[in-house]
Design a binder for this molecule. Structure first.
Ligand code: C5P
Length: 228
């Protein structure tokens, strides 16, 4: 849990989203002294398994394991226990999995901090309309955030566009992690609700997930330094 008195120094995690671990590893070597850690997500795990996580931890590098777990409570607890054993710092799971699922993960994690994904930044009103009674992304985000925090999770993953209102609603303690970061003028690609690094920090984000803004930059280290 973030120390509310420690001030608002955001953490920067770079997403290792290339399925080729050797390419990701080159990026790690280039950036490891300039970031707080690396995010390993489904794309890489599907191709390389958990070896990247083990390697990063053996190097003393912090890992944000972005598995976005969403399954029955017993299965999610089993997976969360593995993340805890691997020494992962942050693990994601979907708030939509419900209270019992979130609590089951909470019960097996001591060191690993749980971040509940509220609503994917790739979704907007038109995606919600076919199935949700609440189609305003911000309103749905608040409902899911409230549900998740009641279970004792450490924080939330949210769009930067919702971070400021969410911060006001949940107070200073929960970690707010914001993906969907783009530089001004940069295309949002498959994301719908994007913000610049400055906007994310101003909105009260504690952790910025830097994906293609770094991984597709011709000069990742320079771009990272400019952002920081
Ligand atoms: O390249 P880009 O900046 O869009 O990458 C964002 C990263 O954050 C990806 O690894 C994606 O899986 C992750 N993420 C996200 N939206 C969430 C949670 C995680 O885009 N709600």
């Amino acid at each position: 849990m973030r120390d509310p008195k420690a001030g608002r120094k955001p953490l920067f995690y770079v997403a290792l989203d290339d399925p080729d671990w050797e390419k990701d590893r080159l990026l790690v070597e280039q950036l490891r002294d300039h970031v707080d850690g690396f995010k390993v997500g489904l794309g890489l795990v599907a191709w390389a398994g958990l070896a990247p996580v083990q390697w990063l931890r053996s190097e003393g590098i912090d890992v944000f394991l972005d598995l976005k777990l969403h399954d029955i409570p017993q299965t999610v607890a089993t997976a969360a226990a593995a993340a805890e054993q691997l020494g992962v710092r942050f693990l994601t799971l979907h708030a939509l999995g419900g209270e019992a699922m979130l609590s089951a993960a909470r019960d097996v994690c001591q060191q690993t901090q749980l971040l509940a994904v509220t609503l994917l930044t790739s979704l907007d009103q038109s995606d919600l309309a076919p199935w949700a009674d609440e189609t305003d992304p911000a309103a749905l985000t608040f409902r899911l955030a409230k549900l998740a925090l009641q279970t004792g999770v450490d924080g939330l993953v949210c769009a930067g566009t919702e971070a400021a209102r969410l911060r006001r609603a949940v107070g200073p303690t929960p970690v707010l992690a914001v993906p969907g970061i783009r530089l001004p003028e940069q295309a949002s690609q498959d994301q719908r609700r994007v913000v610049t690094p400055q906007q994310a920090v101003a909105a009260g984000a504690d952790l910025l997930v830097l994906g293609r803004v770094i991984t597709q930059s011709p000069r990742p280290l320079e771009t990272l330094s400019a952002i920081r």
